[in-house]
Design a binder for this molecule. Structure first.
Ligand SMILES: Nc1ncnc2c1ncn2[C@@H]1O[C@H](COP(=O)(O)OP(=O)(O)O)[C@@H](O)[C@H]1O
Ligand SMILES: [Mg+2]
Length: 338
C-alpha cells in the first residue's frame, strides 16, 4: 500500500510539472532569493531582519519580482501570524472607496497579538489600478492606524499613485532584469525540470523576454511543453515575434546601402501578419545591440523612436515603416559623406 501510494505520488508529480505554472512553482519564498535589483532587495532584506517596516511602494516593470518580494517580506516578518495579520488585495478584488472604508479599516482595527515591533500588513498589489477616489480614502486610514498597520503597495508606474500617498511611503524602485540574471534563474529551472536545450534557444528566450522574468519562465515552459526541446526555432514558434535574424538582415541591408532588399524584408514580415508595433519594437532592440558606429546607432535609435511614436498615435501602416527605412538609409548616407 505504502509502496503504491509513493509510486503514484512520484508519477503525479511528474505530471504536475506540466500543470503548475513554473512561475508559481519557482517563485522565491525569501527576499534573499529574489534575483537582481540589488539595491532594492538589500533594502528589503534589512527590513525583513530588523522588522522596521515603513509604508512601502514598490514600483517597476512587470515580471521583476515586486509581488514576490512583498509576499516574501510579509511572510518573513510575520511567519506563523501571516494568515491573520496580512490582508492581500490585488487588482482582481474590488478596491473601490467602500472596500477601503470598510474592509481595510476593519482589518486595521482588528486586534492581533504580534511580537513587539511587528505590524499588520495590508498588501495592495497593482495599486496603480485603484481609482484616485479610493486612494484618497486610503491616505487617512494609513495615518490613523499607523501604529498597528503598515501598507505595502506594488505598481508599474508610481505616477499613478496620488501624491499624498507617495509622500507617506518609502519608494523602492525595481528595473528590468539583466540577461545574466535571467539566464541564471532559467538554468536553475532547467536543471530542476530536466529541460533539454541548446544555448541559442536560451538566447532566444532571453531576447524575447526583454528583462521580464515572468515572461522568460512562461516562454521556457511553453516551449518545453509544446516541443520538448528548447532551440531557437521552437522558441520563436511559441513566442511568435518577428524573428530577430530577419530583422537583423534588414538593418544590415540598410547599412550596406541595399534599400530595396531591406524593404523587401520588411514587406515579408508585414505580410506574415506581424503588427507594426511588434516589428518596430524588435527593430529598436536589434539596433540597440547592433555592432555599428556609435553616432549612427544613436541616430538610428532616434529615428526608430519617432516612428514608434507615430505608430502609437495610430499611423501603423507599411508606408510608415518603409518611410523609416528610407530615413535610416538617408542618415547612413549623410554619415558617410561627413
Ligand atoms: N527577481 C526575480 N527573481 C526570481 N524570480 C522572479 C523575479 N522576478 C520575477 N520572478 C518570477 O516571475 C514570477 C512573477 O513575478 P512577480 O513578483 O509576480 O512580478 P511583478 O514584478 O510583476 O509583481 C514569480 O513567480 C517568479 O517566479
Ligand atoms: Mg505583480
Amino acid at each position: 500500500m505504502m509502496a503504491s501510494s509513493s509510486a503514484s505520488a512520484s508519477s503525479s508529480s511528474a505530471n504536475n510539472s506540466y500543470e503548475i505554472p513554473w512561475v508559481e512553482k519557482y517563485r522565491p519564498t525569501k527576499v534573499a532569493d529574489v534575483v537582481g535589483n540589488e539595491d532594492a532587495v538589500s533594502r528589503l532584506q534589512v527590513i525583513a531582519r530588523d522588522g522596521n517596516l515603513p509604508n512601502l511602494i514598490l514600483t517597476g516593470p512587470p515580471g521583476t519580482g515586486k509581488t514576490t518580494s512583498i509576499l516574501a517580506l510579509a511572510h518573513e516578518l510575520l511567519g506563523a501570524n501571516s494568515k491573520e495579520a496580512v490582508l492581500e488585495l490585488n487588482a482582481s478584488d474590488d478596491r473601490g472607496i467602500d472596500v477601503v472604508r470598510n474592509k481595510i479599516k476593519m482589518f486595521a482595527q482588528k486586534k492581533v497579538t504580534l511580537p513587539p515591533g511587528r505590524h499588520k500588513i495590508v498588501i495592495l498589489d497593482e495599486a496603480d489600478s485603484m481609482t484616485s477616489g479610493a486612494q484618497q480614502a486610503l491616505r487617512r486610514t494609513m495615518e490613523i492606524y499607523s501604529n498597528s498597520t503598515r501598507f505595502a503597495l506594488a505598481c508599474n508606474t508610481s505616477s499613478k499613485i496620488i501624491e499624498p500617498i507617495q509622500s507617506r511611503c518609502a519608494l523602492v524602485r525595481f528595473s528590468r532584469l539583466s540577461d545574466q540574471e535571467i539566464l541564471g534563474r532559467l538554468m536553475i529551472v532547467i536543471e530542476a525540470e530536466k529541460v533539454p536545450y541548446v544555448a541559442e534557444g536560451l538566447e532566444a528566450i532571453i531576447f524575447t523576454a526583454d528583462g521580464d522574468m515572468r515572461q522568460a519562465l512562461n516562454n521556457l515552459q511553453a516551449t518545453f511543453s509544446g516541443f520538448c526541446f528548447v532551440n531557437q526555432e521552437n522558441v520563436f514558434k511559441v513566442c511568435d515575434q518577428p524573428h530577430p535574424l530577419h530583422v537583423k538582415n534588414m538593418v544590415r541591408n540598410i547599412l550596406e546601402g541595399k534599400f530595396d532588399d531591406a524593404c523587401a524584408g520588411l514587406k515579408q514580415l508585414y505580410n506574415l501578419g506581424y503588427s507594426p508595433t511588434d516589428i518596430i519594437t524588435t527593430l529598436f532592440r536589434i539596433i540597440k545591440n547592433y555592432d555599428m558606429a556609435e553616432y549612427l546607432k544613436l541616430e538610428f535609435m532616434k529615428e526608430t523612436g519617432f516612428a514608434h511614436m507615430r505608430i502609437c498615435d495610430g499611423v501603423g501602416s507599411l508606408l510608415q515603416l518603409c518611410g523609416l527605412l528610407a530615413k535610416l538609409s538617408l542618415v547612413r548616407e549623410t554619415a558617410k559623406a561627413v
